[in-house]
Design a protein around this ligand. Structure first.
Ligand code: RP5
Length: 161
């Protein structure tokens, strides 16, 4: 299977969040690779990953990090491939630190920033799917079916817990 998506994260501790993106890609039959790439602890790895991403055939990068979350922005500075940023929820500042570190990019190097935490990671998977579906009619059908199934699962009326 092709692996058009790279899911990267700053630490092993981010995987619990970032696996939500992987789950979505699994559900939609999209191939991906996963790597720990830290802007601060492994800057050379970040450099190499960004430098080779396009030539290796990646089409979208999902980058999650927490705290001083420089990974998505630094990756966006190294590759033209769309980078989707996931702010990981932190203990100290609840992920607002992560969000602010990712979202406020300077003009010229965008990061498509998702919500904090698990919902943001899942939506990153769906955003990647939407981007890839532009040029893939079969994937577009699978994504439409996934979205319709979610809509169909929502009850019209609330029930007592
Ligand atoms: C960031 O620091 C990572 O993205 C992670 O969210 C956070 C904490 O990392 P660990 O100390 O748990 O490895 O670089």
């Amino acid at each position: 299977m092709d692996k058009p998506v790279g899911i990267i994260m700053g630490s092993q501790s981010d995987w619990a969040t970032m696996r939500e993106a992987a789950t979505i890609l699994d559900e939609l039959g999209i191939g991906y690779e996963t790597r720990i790439v830290s802007a601060h602890r492994t800057p050379d790895r970040l450099w190499d990953y960004g430098k080779t991403a396009a030539s290796r055939g990646l089409k979208v990068i999902i980058a999650g990090a927490g705290g001083a979350a420089h990974l998505p922005g630094m990756m966006a500075s190294k590759t033209r491939i769309p980078v989707i940023g996931v702010p990981v929820q932190t203990r100290a500042l609840s992920g607002v630190d992560s969000l602010y570190s990712i979202v406020q990019m300077p003009k010229g190097f965008p990061v498509a920033t998702m919500a904090i935490g698990a919902a943001g990671a899942a939506n990153a998977g769906l955003m990647a799917a939407g981007i890839l579906a532009i040029g893939d009619a079969e994937l577009a059908s699978r994504l439409d079916a996934w979205r319709n199934a979610l809509s169909d699962s929502i009850p019209e009326e609330p029930v007592d817990d």
